[in-house]
Design a protein around this ligand. Structure first.
Ligand code: PTJ
Length: 276
């Protein structure tokens, strides 16, 4: 008998949407294991929609943002990687590798609190090789007053003292609040006009599953260069322009698809008329 748990075996590797279905499945399995919040499924769907309109690939605009992001994280005194349910389900191994390479601890910070979620995410990260995880002991957490959501509880050794916070897949409020208390923010958000995207210092408009491996690659390279070079990369980067370029990519891609679809529809109508 086929059950929901067998769904991954049903995706043939040559399926044209294999990659997308594979990550959908990770999110579904993550939700069953309490790693992903129910709302995480909806957030993923929203991300998929934007990814589709960006051509589902890492473009040059995103690569520029990734390079600047890595440079900023490497020059930070206390960089921190904030981990939520979706990111833990989608790319745990890569998050652990990035954390080691850029020397930034992983801190679990959740929007949707539910008993067992922190433990479930901790397990996933530990299985991926994480040695140190922040944000685990709720009694030791301190509050960020500027924030009213659950995310206000942060680790005193992590986000609280961080100068640069990496926040992949965020809900709107936090970036704004963290900016107000003087943190620099690197965001990953497929929606270039979300509040997070607009408030962040560096906005990477791309899918987290492609971003983190690319960050690892760039970090290995940039670690070999000097501080002056890293600072120049940061100085050259213009987030406002980068967001505009991402929006242009969506517009261009949509126009191209519109043309292609019209050609297909024309052909289809012709064939149907021939059959008649
Ligand atoms: O695990 P929790 O409790 O901390 O909750 C995590 C979610 C993601 C559910 C929570 O932060 C949330 O509700 O976020 P939002 O407000 O839905 O925003 C998530 C943003 O991430 C949206 O703008 C999506 O387009 C974007 N997004 C979704 N999937 C991806 C993505 N961006 C990059 N890569 C993705 N795979």
């Amino acid at each position: 008998m086929t059950t929901n748990n067998d769904q991954d075996h049903l995706i043939p590797i040559d399926h044209p949407r294999y990659e997308s279905l594979k990550y959908r499945h990770k999110i579904i399995e993550g939700m069953k294991a309490l790693v992903v919040a129910e709302a995480g499924l909806i957030a993923h769907g929203r991300g998929e929609c934007f990814d589709y309109m960006l051509g589902e690939k890492t473009n040059e605009t995103a690569k520029d943002a990734i390079e600047a992001a890595v440079a900023l994280l490497l020059t930070a005194t206390h960089p921190v990687i904030s981990v939520n349910g979706n990111t833990a389900a989608l790319c745990p191994n890569e998050l652990v590798d990035l954390s080691e390479i850029i020397n930034a601890p992983l801190e679990i910070n959740l929007f949707y609190r539910k008993e067992g979620r922190i433990e479930a995410i901790k397990k996933v990260l530990e299985e991926a090789g994480a040695k140190q995880i922040l944000g685990l002991d709720e009694l030791k957490m301190v509050e960020i007053e500027e924030l009213s959501s659950n995310r206000r509880n942060v680790d005193p050794n992590g986000i609280k003292i961080a100068d640069v916070v990496f926040v992949p897949l965020e809900d709107g409020d936090r970036t704004e609040a963290l900016k107000k208390i003087g943190k620099k923010i690197v965001a990953v958000d497929l929606n270039p006009i979300s509040r997070t995207s607009i408030w962040a210092d560096i906005t990477i408009v791309d899918n987290i599953v492609r971003v983190v491996p690319e960050m690892i690659k760039i970090a290995k390279k940039l670690k070999e260069t000097d501080e002056k070079n890293l600072k120049n990369i940061i100085k050259r980067f213009d987030n406002k322009k980068n967001i505009q370029f991402s929006l242009n990519t969506i517009i261009k891609y949509t126009k191209k698809q519109k043309k292609k679809t019209f050609i297909k529809l024309k052909k289809k109508n012709k064939n149907q008329n021939l059959i008649k």
